[in-house]
Design a protein around this ligand. Sequence first.
Ligand code: ZN
Ligand code: ZN
Length: 447
Amino acid sequence: MRDKTMIIKKLLGGMSLAAMMMTTSPALANEDLKAAIDQDYVYIENLYKWLHANAELSFQEVKTSKRLADEMEKIGLEVTRNIGGFGTVGLLQNGDGPTVLIRADIDALPLEEKTGVDYASTMIGKGEKGEDVPVMHACGHDVHATSLIATARRLVDMKDQWSGTVLFVAQPAEERVGGARAMLEDGLFEKFPVPDYNLALHVNYGVAGTVDFTPGYALTNVDTVDIFVPGIGGHGSAPQTTKDPIVIASQIVMALQTIVSREVSPQDAAVVTVGAFNSGFKHNIISDGAELKLTVRTFKDSVRDHILASIKRMSENMGRVAGLPEDMLPRVTVRMDEYSPSTYNDPDLTERVMEAVSKALGDDATYLKPPIMAAEDFSRFARTEHKIPSLIFGIGGYDQATIDGYAARGEKLPGNHSPYYAPDPEVTLRTGAHAMTAAVLDLLDKK
Ligand code: ZN
Ligand code: ZN
């Protein structure tokens, strides 16, 4: 990059610095950025392979967070470790201007890696009951963490081309939706400048080199709901002496099917799934309780509130229908510890960043994508009292040849959370760094 700047200076001869900067076209700056990413690639790939091989579970990201903090320190960021557990913040202040937060999640999943790559993880972590479990970066959070560092390295190098503040946030425990909340509760927005924009990216199983955008609602509210249905047990041959919780719970399951179909506007997507139904243990005994486990997905908070209220109303009243006493009605518990709020991509910010990324990577590289019914705790950074415009965009993880290979064999392409999920590092990492750097350069443009 320095060489190219030298050439420009020579070509321009005696021009003033201001005139010279005006002559540096965005296209030329982008070529410089591309060249710098290429030059840095070996370093970045090594970091990625290390992170991949050293995968750690949510709330256990000891080595990962240390490595990322060290990487940030090495390039001169002001680093704060252990924010909200194993969260790290790297602060880069570079004159007047807005503040951009870039968030990368860093945790992995309890899966045994089956990708066969030579940097595959053989890590063992501690499961929820303290048992040993294999750990793998099956959601690509190693791609996100690496892209964060790659972006930081570029922005440090290109300080003359932007003005403002960047907060590089390496966030733990996304998979268990606790990390963002923990960082905020630990004072992220009190200890550091409040961002004007929040950015994040997520790798998926699209074509490597592409970047996808979803304006507006992109990911859902996720609620975990438990319903306990009390019963009055007895002999299977004498149902008249009992209140059968399996029958009551079955009626609840069927009633719940009418919430989305009859109570929610067809314009508002929502899901109510009963994923578990447990009761009884023997053929001829009517049990004294049944348990239902639900996942509920919504975009709008008003729809969420309505559905959760309906679940309570239907469950309690189904107990009344069966003649259960008032102090024995079915009990609905919404598990707030597992709640993840929906992600809303600010439409103006989305348009602006998409345009910047299209300019950097080419119009063919970007596309619009419909929302999905999954969750991300990145949404937490937007949903504080500061109401910060936020955007998470996607990057493809597979090269076209890999995608074609799976299609030719009639096999399903392994997606995120599969033990076979193996993004192609080279194009993916370059695209992550390029797209994110281009986004920040646009938001922190000097003009
Ligand atoms: Zn995931
Ligand atoms: Zn993920």
